[in-house]
Design a protein around this ligand. Structure first.
Ligand SMILES: *Cc1c(COP(=O)(O)O)cnc(C)c1O
Length: 328
């Protein structure tokens, strides 16, 4: 069966994104290499526009709207980063946007979304169904719903993060990655990245990293169908998804070699590492992939490993509170 996205879709997304997205840096850390015995290559999407890779997928999706769709605009539901991404992409493309966000989303994310000029509709994620609210808005206003992960244009856009990382590794004379660690919520990021890796780094082991409290994809791949879980309690708010998407699952089944998990304590320890050693502010979800390497979840010694650092949006008060707890 053909996959929902091809490598050419990722190249086309890269062309659309080139004038507007940051080509985020690839960073190294001698401390990280010493700790793991591997060579780690960090793709710093915490330094992407809106502070996370989600700008890539959202802009790619919105830029493919027809003139009629542009006129009515975009609607999306998101725990935060996808909302900001759709809001900024809509502003850049000159179209209206409405975002459905949970009432308990980090304040910084709600404020940033409004700051991009989008309308924000709040809901209670324990009692209300955000997808129903989003669909209703789409129906009432003729707006196009942009899902956070289960959409080919979103997945292809996210894949440009790995495309750039692998290109930069090769350009630096290091060669393509032998393993690629990618954080995993609904699977949009890893789907795109896995398709890019399959093409540019054949034989590269693609490893997804979920919060330990929300390992629905690990369970789903083990039994071969999509498993739904209750809302996971984890500090990784960008990966609190209840289930994978149909399209992302189809790609993950085919192209993801393994899914591992990281605990909240391991995420905090990784946040501390990024802050102290690399001077990077990384949100808990953004630490998932790196935690699998730095906390010894995956044995990577002797290998060249790409690590996607997915985002850096966190309230400074929360950042300070998490880091000021005694090290685990
Ligand atoms: C959305 C998000 C993820 C998860 O991405 P999926 O495409 O849903 O798997 C990971 N990290 C950050 C920072 C995010 O915003």
């Amino acid at each position: 069966m053909a996959l929902p996205i091809s490598f050419d879709d990722i190249l086309a997304a890269a062309d659309r994104l080139r004038p507007v997205a940051h080509r985020t840096p690839m960073m190294r850390s001698a401390a990280a290499d010493a700790r793991t015995g591997a060579q780690l290559f960090f793709k710093c999407e915490n330094l992407q526009r809106i502070g996370a890779f989600k700008f890539r997928g959202a802009y790619n999706a919105l830029s493919r709207f027809s003139p009629a769709q542009r006129q009515a605009g975009a609607v999306a539901f998101s725990s935060g980063n996808h909302a900001q991404a759709v809001a900024l992409a809509a502003r850049l493309l000159g179209m209206p946007a409405t975002l459905v966000m949970p009432r308990d989303a980090p304040a910084i994310k709600v404020a940033a979304t409004r700051g991009y000029g989008a309308e924000v509709v709040l809901y209670d994620r324990r009692t209300e169904d955000r997808e129903a609210i989003g669909r209703q808005l789409a129906a009432e206003r003729g707006m196009t719903l942009v899902p956070p992960y289960d959409h080919p244009d979103v997945m292809a856009g996210q894949g440009t993060a790995a495309l750039e990382l692998i290109e930069d590794m090769i350009a630096a004379g290091e060669g393509p990655p032998e393993a690629l660690l990618v954080c995993l919520g609904g699977g949009g990021l890893i789907s795109g990245c896995a398709v890019a890796a399959r093409h540019l780094a054949p034989g590269c082991r693609v490893i997804g990293v979920e919060p330990q409290a929300g390992n629905d994809v690990q369970q789903s791949l083990a039994i071969g169908r999509i498993v739904s879980i209750p809302l996971p309690e984890t500090i990784a708010d960008g990966a609190q998804t209840l289930h994978a998407g149909e399209l992302t699952f189809a790609v993950m089944r085919e192209c993801v070699d393994e899914v591992v998990t990281a605990t909240d304590a391991q995420l905090v320890s990784t946040m501390r590492f990024f802050a102290e050693r690399m001077k990077l502010v990384v949100e808990p979800t953004g630490c998932l992939a790196a935690a699998a390497a730095l906390e010894g979840v995956c044995a990577l010694a002797g290998r060249r490993v790409g690590v996607i650092v997915s985002g850096g949006n966190i309230d400074m008060a929360r950042f300070a509170a998490l880091l000021s707890a005694p090290a685990a």
